[in-house]
Write a protein that binds this ligand. Structure first.
Ligand code: IVH
Length: 714
C-alpha cells in the first residue's frame, strides 16, 4: 500500500539522519529540515495508528509512565570483569603476564594482541535487536536478571532503533574505519556483514560532562524558582542512572544520554547464519558499521608495552575527554585465544579493568573561609582535609556564594564528597548527613569584610556579597596589583601572588604607582628575595612602562571592563583622556558597551582617587602610543563569534585572538549554538567535538587568516 511505503521511506530517512547526527557527528541536513520530516511522520502515524511501529523515530519522545520495570532474564549472563589491583602502569604488565602464563607462552614467543578500551563511567546496558529492530533494553541487574528499560532507552538518540546491513544499505556503510590498524584485527570485509536475526549489543549508557553541567544548571534554576521535589545530581553517572531508571519516559527523554558499544550478548550462531568474528576489534568495527557508537579511543595494542603506553596516554588525556572514565579495559583480541582462556568463576580471564585514581573522595571540612576578590566579591571556600582526588591533592573547594553554600548546607566538621573531574574546579558535591557532628552550625555570610572589616553588602538581585572597602581593603589591593601585572594587561614578569602578598603586607606598596617606586633596597629586604630576582623584577617593571592603551585600560581593573571592552574603548576614543572625560552617552556609542558597563566606567573615573592613580602611573613613566578617535577601520568579522582550540602551527592563541578582534570578531571561551566558527589546531579537545556535534564551521589557521583583511586595508 502506498501510504505504508511512504511512511517507511520517511522513517528510513530519519533513521539515517539520526545516525549521522548523533553517532557520526556529521549532520547532512539542518535541524529544521529534520524536524519537518519528523512532524510529517508524526502526523501520518496519528492519522493511521495501525501503521505505527515500535522502531519508528517518533517513539523516541517518551510514552506512558510505568508503575514498575519488568524483570528481564538475560539470555547470556552479563558478567563483570576483574579489576587489576595494581593501579600503577605496571598493572598492565601483570595482566599480560597472567594471560601469557595461562596460554603457556614462553618469553621468546610473540606478544599477545589486545584491544585497549576506555572504561566508561556509566551503566551497562543490553540492547536486543530482532530482525534488526530494537525490541528490548535491559540493565545489568545482578548479571542474571535486569530491568526492562526499553521505553527510556528508545529516547537516547545515539542508540539505533533499527539496524541496516551496510551491504544492502542506506548510508551507514560508508564509514571510514577509525583505527588505522583495522586490518590487524583479522576481519577483512567485516563491514559488509549482514545484521543477524538475533543480536544483543552490550555497552555503556553515560552522560557527557557538558550535558551533565547543563542538566544541573536547569535543575538549579527549577529549585530557585521554587519547584518541589527537584534536585541536582552528584555526578554524570548518577544522573545517567537516574534517567535510565526513571518510570516516566517523558522525563527520561529530557535527560541527555549517550552510548558506547563494547561487546555482545546473545547472537544468532554462525551455523545459523550469524557472524563469525575472529577478533574483538573486528566485532567492534562491525558494530560501528551497523550504526552503533564505538569509542574512537579504542585501539589494538601489541603486548604489555602498548598496554602500558595506552594507560599512560589516556591517564594524561582523561581530564580533557568530554565524559568521565574510571579506568581503561584491556581485552585479548583474537577470539580463539579468548576461548582458550575461558572464565574463572564469573569473570573472563581475557579481560581486565585497570583503574585510575577516583574522581570522588570523602574528606572533612576543617573550616569555611571567606575570600575577597579584586572587585570585593566575597567567596566562601571550604578548607578540606587534604585528599587525593582526580589525580591531584585538593585542599580547597569553592562554595560559590551564600545561596550555594546554604543549598548544599556545608558545615564545619562535615564529612563531604569532593569531586574533581575534567578541567572543572574541585567541588563539594554533597554532605553525608549521618556523619554530621553535633552542634555544627549553619554557615552564614559575614556582614563585614573578613580582611578590612568594611561593610559587606549584597545588592538586590545579586548572588554575591561585596566588600565596600575598595582599595582601602588590602585583599582587593593585592588582587588589583596582580590584575594590573598579569600577562594580558600591563605585564610585569615575575610579579606573582606570593610577592604581591609580601609587598602589600609589609606596606611597601599601598597603591599601584608604588610599584614603580620600588627600589632595590626595599625589595632585597623582603624574605626569600635574592638580589638577582630583585634586579629582574625592577627590570620587568621598567619594561612594563612601555605598554598600549587597551592593556592599560584593562589593567586598571574597572568592573565589567574586560579585554574586549578595553580594546573597543581604546580604538573608539584613541586617547586615555577622551575615555576619562566621556559621558555615559558617549560611552554608550562604543560597540559592545551597554548601560551597566558605561555606568561602571563613568563611576570609576568620577572617583578622585582613581584619577589620581592614573595620573601617578603616567608620572612614573607608564606610556603608550595614543591614537586618533576611530575612523571606521574595516571590520569584516563584526558580529561573528569565534572559538579557538588546540595549538596552531604559526600563531600563538593570543596572537590569533588579537587578530580576530582587530577585525571586529568576538572571541569566546566555549562553544555554543551562538558560535559561528571554531578554529582548531593540533590536539584540539572537547571544544572541537562539541563544534562538530553542533555542526559549527571548522577552520584551520590558514583558513582563519584568509578571512582577515590584509595589512594594507587596515
Ligand atoms: S567489558 C565480559 N568494556 O565496567 C566483559 N566493560 O565489570 C564485560 N565498562 O559494569 C564488560 N567500560 O559496565 C567492558 N569498555 C568496557 C567498559 C566496561 C565500562 C563497565 C561495565 C561493567 C564494568 C566491568
Amino acid at each position: 500500500m502506498d501510504l505504508a511505503i511512504k511512511i517507511e521511506a520517511i522513517r528510513t530517512q530519519l533513521h539515517e539522519h539520526a545516525h549521522r547526527y548523533y553517532v557520526l557527528d556529521e549532520p547532512q541536513i539542518p535541524d529544521a529540515e529534520y524536524d519537518k520530516l519528523f512532524q510529517e511522520l508524526q502526523a501520518l502515524e496519528a492519522a493511521h495508528p495501525e501503521l505505527q511501529t515500535p522502531d519508528s523515530p517518533t517513539q523516541r519522545v517518551g510514552g506512558k509512565p510505568l508503575d514498575a520495570f519488568a524483570s528481564v532474564r538475560h539470555a547470556v549472563p552479563m558478567l563483570s570483569i576483574r579489576t587489576e589491583t595494581d593501579t600503577e602502569a605496571t598493572g598492565a604488565q601483570a595482566f599480560d603476564a597472567r594471560v601469557r602464563k595461562e596460554l603457556g607462552l614462553l618469553e621468546l614467543e610473540p606478544p599477545v594482541e589486545y584491544v585497549a578500551e576506555l572504561k566508561f563511567d556509566g551503566l551497562a546496558m543490553n540492547l536486543r535487536y530482532e530482525a534488526g529492530v530494537l525490541v528490548q533494553a535491559a540493565t545489568r541487574g545482578d548479571g542474571e536478571t535486569g530491568e526492562d528499560v526499553t521505553q527510556n532507552i528508545r529516547t537516547v538518540g545515539q542508540i539505533p532503533l533499527r539496524l541496516v546491513s551496510p551491504a544492502l544499505g542506506t548510508g551507514v556503510s560508508s564509514l571510514p574505519p577509525e583505527g588505522a590498524r583495522f586490518a590487524l584485527g583479522g576481519g577483512s570485509g567485516v563491514t559488509s556483514l549482514a545484521v543477524p536475526p538475533i543480536l544483543e549489543v552490550r555497552g555503556e549508557v553515560y552522560m557527557r560532562r557538558d550535558d551533565f553541567e547543563a542538566l544541573n544548571d536547569k535543575q538549579r534554576a527549577k529549585i530557585a524558582a521554587g519547584a518541589k521535589g527537584e534536585k541536582t545530581f552528584v555526578n554524570p553517572r548518577n544522573a545517567a542512572a537516574g534517567a535510565v531508571r526513571q518510570l516516566d519516559p517523558n522525563i527520561a527523554a529530557q535527560r541527555p544520554l549517550s552510548f558506547f558499544a563494547y561487546g555482545l550478548g546473545e547472537v544468532t550462531p554462525a551455523e545459523q547464519g550469524g557472524p563469525n568474528f575472529d577478533s574483538h576489534y573486528a566485532m567492534l568495527q562491525t558494530l560501528k558499521s551497523w550504526g552503533f557508537p564505538v569509542s574512537g579511543h579504542t585501539c589494538i595494542a601489541t603486548g604489555a608495552p602498548d598496554l602500558v603506553a595506552f594507560h599512560q596516554r589516556m591517564g594524561a588525556e582523561r581530564d580533557s575527554l568530554p565524559f568521565d572514565i574510571d579506568g581503561v579495559v584491556y581485552k585479548v583480541n583474537p577470539i580463539a585465544l579468548q576461548r582458550q582462556l575461558g572464565f574463572v568463576t564469573r569473570e573472563p580471564r581475557w579481560a581486565v579493568a585497570h583503574k585510575y585514581p577516583a574522581q570522588e573522595q570523602l574528606t572533612t571540612v576543617q573550616a569555611i573561609e571567606v575570600q575577597v576578590g579584586r572587585t570585593g566579591k566575597l567567596t566562601p571556600v571550604a578548607k578540606l582535609a587534604p585528599v587525593f582526588v582526580g589525580g591531584v591533592t585538593v585542599t580547597n573547594a569553592t562554595l560559590h556564594n551564600e545561596d550555594e553554600a546554604r543549598r548544599k548546607d556545608v558545615r564545619v566538621g562535615d564529612t563531604v564528597i569532593v569531586r574533581r573531574a575534567g578541567d572543572v574546579i574541585p567541588e563539594v558535591v554533597s554532605v553525608l548527613a549521618d556523619k554530621r557532628v553535633e552542634g555544627a552550625e549553619q554557615f552564614t555570610m559575614p556582614r563585614h569584610c573578613p580582611v578590612c572589616d568594611s561593610a559587606a553588602v549584597r545588592e538586590e538581585g545579586e548572588a554575591d556579597y561585596r566588600c565596600t572597602g575598595g582599595l582601602f581593603c588590602s585583599a582587593q589591593r593585592k588582587q588589583a596589583i596582580l590584575h594590573y601585572a598579569q600577562r594580558r594587561a600591563v605585564e610585569v614578569d615575575g610579579l606573582g601572588d606570593k610577592l604581591v602578598e609580601q609587598l602589600v603586607d609589609a606596606q611597601v606598596i599601598k597603591t599601584l604607582p608604588d610599584l614603580y617606586r620600588l627600589g632595590l633596597m626595599a625589595l632585597a629586604n623582603l624574605d626569600r628575595m635574592a638580589e638577582k630576582s630583585a634586579d629582574n623584577l625592577l627590570q620587568a617593571l621598567e619594561k612594563s612602562k612601555q605598554t598600549t592603551l587597551p592593556r592599560f585600560l584593562f589593567g586598571l581593573g574597572i568592573r565589567h571592563v574586560g579585554e574586549a571592552t578595553a580594546k573597543a574603548l581604546a580604538s573608539h576614543f584613541g586617547k586615555l583622556d577622551n575615555v576619562i572625560e566621556a559621558s555615559v552617552e558617549k560611552l554608550l556609542e562604543v560597540s559592545d558597551v551597554g548601560p551597566i558597563v558605561a555606568l561602571s566606567i563613568r563611576t570609576f573615573f568620577d572617583q578622585a582617587h582613581n584619577r589620581e592613580v592614573v595620573e601617578q602611573l603616567r608620572a612614573c613613566g607608564v606610556t603608550w602610543a595614543e591614537g586618533e578617535p576611530a575612523t571606521q577601520a574595516p571590520k569584516p568579522l563584526a558580529g561573528k563569534t569565534f572559538v579557538l582550540t588546540g595549538t596552531f602551527p604559526n600563531l600563538s592563541r593570543d596572537q590569533a585572538k588579537d587578530m580576530l578582534e582587530a577585525a571586529g570578531a568576538k572571541v569566546a571561551g566555549s562553544v555554543s549554538k551562538k558560535t559561528d566558527f571554531v578554529v582548531a589546531g593540533a590536539e584540539a579537545g572537547s571544544k572541537l567535538e562539541k563544534a562538530q556535534t553542533l555542526g559549527i564551521v571548522l577552520l584551520d589557521e590558514a583558513a582563519m587568516l584568509a578571512m582577515l583583511p590584509t595589512q594594507e586595508s587596515l
